[in-house]
Design a protein around this ligand. Structure first.
Ligand code: TRP
Length: 455
């Protein structure tokens, strides 16, 4: 029917597959590792309320924008912009997305690798009878080791690459459909265990009872930043996935389902962590070490703790894996479509290149810790660059593209499936994307460039 070369694109095979893949991208270390401690540091329930508002007002509209660009563009993140805005520099947003994918994957895979080490430690029951100090020492000495973390990181990259190389349907969709339900089951088991500990109520109270005295402008910014990262927005992961969504699917509904799933899982992770933290009288604001030091300590004190810790770290690894898959896919789709390589070749080149960067990130905790940029080790530089600059900037340009560059008619046509869906929310959506989202994201961007980490 069509003229010219039109590479055949794979699409997701089912509604559940789409949601599993996109929720798989969204649900990651951000939910299980970051969300609980950011909530802990920002006033518990009050933060939660603001977070949910951010997801609804900002997260869902931006996600819908990403899906729209991808499905209309029918290409990778670079190709989609190029197609929708021929002869305009919007493809730069796509290039930024590919760069961001490199950067994110490099530091994210380092932490993801740690989860594999902790799976093995759980199998060996090595947290048993250890004091907090011992656990913290063994974590610190592990991450500065020049071999082990690197090996685990490479193993993790290999797993990611194997799934991505399988393609959209037989790789990404298939494994997401398998891994996401597994993650949910594990999380529910742990939540039940955690809720049955003495002191569980205090944990729930901390998490859900809003203390508005702790809320400041900063809290709102943290909540926005966390929503953005947790929903995988701003770098085209969901543009890429959007390009695999069939023409008859309801994009808005998909964005809502994925956001609900992501938020629900973050809450459930909180329900696992806070009751346990309170039952053992630990500071809920412990920060990033919450998961690798505090939790092992808790596990070491409960009957069959090693089994629960095994479940927990497998859960964390699974959550991270479906996320790394979505980030690698951004690069692989770009390489294979724009540079015309086979998927397998694109996957190999992309993952090897990213691994090199990743190994440097891993080593920056130990042997390379002397090399600093602006006082930050390489790992932190990558984290800062991605979370504080590339993602918000990408998100800003994405909403400006939908709100101000594409015509209202085109956007409506895509979102309403050429008029088959009513899309009554459309004027509100457009209002948010045109006015509210750009201002909100610009504020996050400026703040995070000048004042550092937003969670
Ligand atoms: N959302 C994931 C998490 O919560 C991380 C992630 C995956 C991501 N893909 C992304 C973040 C794309 C930003 C952009 O862990």
């Amino acid at each position: 029917m069509s003229t010219g070369i039109k590479p055949k694109r794979e699409h997701f095979g089912s509604k559940f597959g789409i949601i599993a893949a996109a929720a798989g991208s969204a649900v990651g270390l951000g939910n299980v590792w970051k969300f609980p401690y950011v909530t802990g540091q920002n006033g518990g329930g009050a933060f939660l309320i603001i977070y949910v508002i951010c997801v609804i007002l900002l997260g869902i509209p931006v996600m819908l924008s990403e899906f729209t660009i991808g499905r209309r563009g029918q290409r990778n993140v670079f190709g989609s912009f190029k197609r929708l805005a021929p002869n305009r520099p919007w493809y730069i947003v796509g290039i930024m997305g590919v760069v961001a994918a490199f950067v994110i994957l490099a530091f994210y895979s380092a932490v993801a690798g740690w989860t594999l080490e902790y799976i093995v430690r759980s199998v060996h029951n090595s947290f048993n009878m250890q004091s907090t100090q011992q656990l913290s020492l063994s974590f610190d000495s592990f991450i500065v080791n020049p071999f082990r973390p690197v090996v685990w990181q490479l193993v993790f990259m290999l797993l990611t690459a194997l799934i991505v190389a399988g393609g959209v349907k037989n790789g990404i969709e298939r494994y997401s459909k398998l891994l996401m339900p597994l993650l949910l089951v594990f999380l529910v088991i742990l939540a039940v265990r955690s809720l049955s500990l003495d002191g569980a109520l205090k944990g729930l109270e901390f998490m859900f009872a809003p203390d508005f005295s702790k809320v400041s402008a900063k809290t709102v910014l943290f909540a926005m930043g966390q929503a953005f990262f947790s929903l995988s927005l701003g770098m085209g992961a969901l543009i890429t996935y959007g390009s695999y969504i069939g023409k008859n699917e309801n994009l808005a509904k998909t964005a809502v389902s994925v956001s609900i799933a992501d938020t629900f899982i973050a809450l459930l992770a909180g329900v696992v962590i806070f009751p346990a933290v309170f039952a053992f009288n630990i500071e809920p604001t412990a920060g990033p070490s919450l998961v690798f030091i505090t939790l092992p300590e808790i596990f070491s004190h409960i009957p069959f703790g090693n089994i629960f810790s095994l479940i927990f770290f497998i859960l964390l690894a699974v959550a991270a894996l479906t996320s790394t898959v979505s980030v690698l896919e951004v690069v692989v789709a770009y390489f294979s479509e724009e540079l015309r390589m086979t998927r397998v070749k694109a996957t190999i080149i992309a993952s090897v290149a990213i691994s090199v960067l990743g190994v440097l990130a891993s080593l920056s905790f130990g042997v390379l810790s002397g090399y600093k940029v602006g006082g930050k080790i390489f790992f932190d530089v990558l984290d800062f660059l991605a979370s504080n600059i590339l993602l918000p900037l990408g998100g800003l340009l994405i909403v400006v593209f939908i709100g101000w560059y594409l015509s209202r008619k085109d956007v409506l046509e895509e979102i309403s499936n050429s008029g088959t869906l009513k899309a009554k929310f459309f004027p509100y959506f457009l209002f948010i994307i045109k006015y509210i989202a750009p201002v909100a994201i610009a504020v996050i961007l400026i703040y995070s460039i000048f004042f550092g980490s937003l969670g």
